[in-house]
Ligand binder design. Sequence first.
Ligand code: FES
Length: 130
Amino acid sequence: MTDTTWTDTTCADMTCTDVIWIAIGHIDDIPRRGARCVTTPKGRIAVFRTADDAVFALEDRCPHKGGPLSVGIVHGHFVTCPLHNWNIGLDSGLAQGADEGQARAMPVRNEGGALFLALDAPPQPAVAAE
Ligand code: FES
């Protein structure tokens, strides 16, 4: 791979925004049902790989009391926070059940296993691995 960033222009609700994708590594760098962290200008981002090879990115901060979601237990498309067991949806960052709160979710693009993260784009569904 020679180019590690590119810019897309997306338009939603008649508002166009530039999206900058940054290369963050390969899907094989992340164990299934695990996570790795990326440090960005926007903070520490946890990148999760599920058992079915979907990849999601959330800020590494639980919406409850800031626990590190990157060391939580990944099950299905959820992560359980290691501090007080809140379940967080990996696609949205939303706390599940009676709990309320949301970790910021970021889009991840999977290009043949090479992963790219968009920091300034609105949340989108994750892309499953090929
Ligand atoms: S900090 Fe995550 S559940 Fe409390």
